[in-house]
Write a protein that binds this ligand. Structure first.
Ligand code: GLP
Length: 263
């Protein structure tokens, strides 16, 4: 796992946006459009804003780029301001000038949720797989909505939200009771299938989860620790989110001494 420690959350956003812009450009140089995995939550908002600025200035061409969101609440109207359909549309699809027909969000309203989840995983495979999956991390170590004790090889499925997650997300709703109890989320196995994973975390509230994810044992109590199994994971942190890392100096040393050749 590559660990990049930056000074501020603004630097996190700039660094992460640079990686995503490079990914899109590299895939275009290969003659195809990138397939992105996109996340909701406050963590990636700065990254999206940086990417939107690159699109606006003409430095980044997102033509043909497709996106798959990580998760959605169950039973929430698509046009609810806090449905992830709405959130992805306003924070990703429109600012990055993506074609809405190429942006996919799990269906939390399907009559047969299990079948819809299976179809979602198939759609990712049919699109050629996710080139780069952007992630945030919950204070309890979740990624997507894979709450503690999620199976490390899980696929897109229905989950019951941890009460701590509902509490954390209550800030977006009129009252805590309005936060749905269930969700559908890409599984840890689905996320591990992405060719590249990019996790951004800012603030001291994430420091424990970040330390466990990077340095702790691979354990279901911290679902993000599954990224230790990922073939190409990059974690971009501000100093507060990195504050509980035992080997922070080592990660900075590695960044200052990057090999000049791949391998
Ligand atoms: C949310 C999302 C996750 C997100 C996490 C952290 O509920 N389902 O994708 O990474 O919780 O949220 P935030 O970035 O707002 O701290």
């Amino acid at each position: 796992m590559r660990v990049v420690i930056t000074d501020t959350s603004a630097h996190v956003a700039q660094f992460a946006a640079g990686i995503i812009a490079d990914e899109i450009a590299q895939r275009r140089a290969e003659g195809r459009a990138a397939v992105l995995g996109v996340a909701t939550g406050s963590s990636p908002l700065g990254t999206y804003a940086e990417l939107a600025a690159l699109v606006e200035s003409g430095e980044l061409d997102t033509t043909g780029v497709s996106a798959f969101a990580l998760d959605e609440y169950v039973g929430i109207a698509l046009d609810h301001p806090e449905s992830y359909h709405t959130v992805i549309d306003t924070t990703v699809t429109k600012p990055l000038a993506l074609d809405p027909a190429r942006v996919h969000v799990p269906d939390g309203l399907a009559d047969d949720l299990a079948a819809a989840c299976e179809a979602y995983d198939r759609a990712i495979v049919d699109a050629g797989g996710i080139d780069l999956q952007l992630l945030g991390i919950g204070a309890n170590g979740h990624i997507g909505f894979n709450e503690p004790t999620s199976s490390l090889s899980s696929r897109t499925r229905i989950k019951t939200l941890d009460p701590r997650t509902r509490e954390a997300n209550a800030r977006f709703f009129a009252s805590a009771d309005e936060v749905p109890v269930h969700c559908v989320t890409q599984g840890l196995g689905t996320i591990l299938d992405s060719r590249r994973a990019l996790l951004v975390a800012q603030g001291a509230g994430k420091a424990d989860a970040v330390a466990h994810m990077i340095e702790g044992p691979l354990a279901a109590i911290c679902p993000a620790s599954a990224l230790q199994l990922h073939r190409d994971a990059i974690v971009v942190l501000d100093r507060a989110a990195a504050s509980k890392l035992e080997l922070a100096d080592y990660y900075e040393y590695i960044e200052a001494n990057q090999p000049t050749q791949a391998g």
